[in-house]
Design a protein around this ligand. Structure first.
Ligand SMILES: N[C@@H](CCC(=O)N[C@@H](CS)C(=O)NCC(=O)O)C(=O)O
Length: 249
């Protein structure tokens, strides 16, 4: 009989993969994980009808590309515990915040890449990420660096804008979570999961399921950002809600 276990295509250190993974883990949806190799990920995914970016989920005949679509599919497959609030107005607000933090995710990546691409130790770590990888010989590294900068829009002006947007995102969390500890209503929802999964990349929570960046620029960034109500809230969401992995071998 064909194996019906869903397969999550991902990269271990990828902010949007962490969002999709967290949703599956939170719902206790048993799944397998396949790591794509950065650089050839587009071909790997396209060949399987999974779009061009991670995360993507193959479940039976369904091909679900993108973290928001994975959260929606997980909610449909396993409604409990819910990630979408039952109250209609709260649900609209939670989905609006999901879109807002998704958008911030691109700035989160710029903030991290901006520091790492400017530092020799950071560059070597980026070219040797945890998980499978293409060996990039030293002479090809400047080119890999240029491609990464272009792909993710990492230049001085964009990194400065990204720093400001990430600071705003932490302020938004502080303003919203003050009352109940959650961004919408009084329970964990897709808004909290998205904000914590994406911003957590800058903070390296101990519950993150894979080894995180450990080079000096990544550590410095973490130290610079780890204090304040916004970052503390992100770490608290990981402590309270980053449930055990539902991955099966
Ligand atoms: N909106 C997409 C964004 C996905 C995304 O940007 N994924 C990155 C990794 S965090 C990726 O696959 N990058 C490779 C590429 O852009 O070619 C989602 O929510 O899944």
């Amino acid at each position: 009989m064909a194996d019906s276990t869903p397969v999550l295509w991902q990269m271990p250190v990828s902010i949007f993969s962490e969002k999709g993974r967290w949703a599956l883990d939170y719902k206790g949806i048993a799944h397998r994980r396949r790591n794509v190799v950065p650089g050839v990920h587009g071909v790997t995914l396209r060949l399987r009808g999974l779009g061009t970016t991670v995360p993507a989920l193959a479940s039976g005949r369904r091909r679900i590309a993108g973290s928001s679509a994975i959260v929606a599919a997980a909610e449909c497959l396993r409604p409990t515990p819910p990630l979408y609030p039952a109250d209609a107005a709260e649900r609209v607000e939670a989905l609006r915040l999901e879109a807002y933090f998704d958008d911030c995710g691109h700035d989160v990546r710029r903030v991290a890449l901006g520091r790492m691409l400017d530092d020799p130790e950071g560059i070597s770590e980026l070219l040797r990420p945890p998980g499978p990888r293409l060996p990039i010989p030293a002479p090809a590294r400047p080119m890999a660096r240029r491609i990464t900068r272009r792909r993710y829009g990492v230049d001085k002006a964009q990194v400065e804008r990204a720093d400001a947007r990430v600071a705003e995102a932490f302020d938004e969390i502080e303003r919203r979570a003050g009352r109940t500890g959650y961004l919408v209503g009084d329970a964990f929802s897709v808004a909290d999961l998205t904000a914590a999964a994406l911003l957590g990349h800058l903070l390296g929570p101990p519950e993150y399921p894979y080894p995180m960046w450990a080079s000096a620029p990544a550590r410095r960034l973490r130290e610079a950002l780890s204090e304040g109500p916004g970052p503390e809230w992100v770490l608290e969401m990981y402590r309270r809600h980053r449930t055990r992995s539902a991955e099966v071998e």
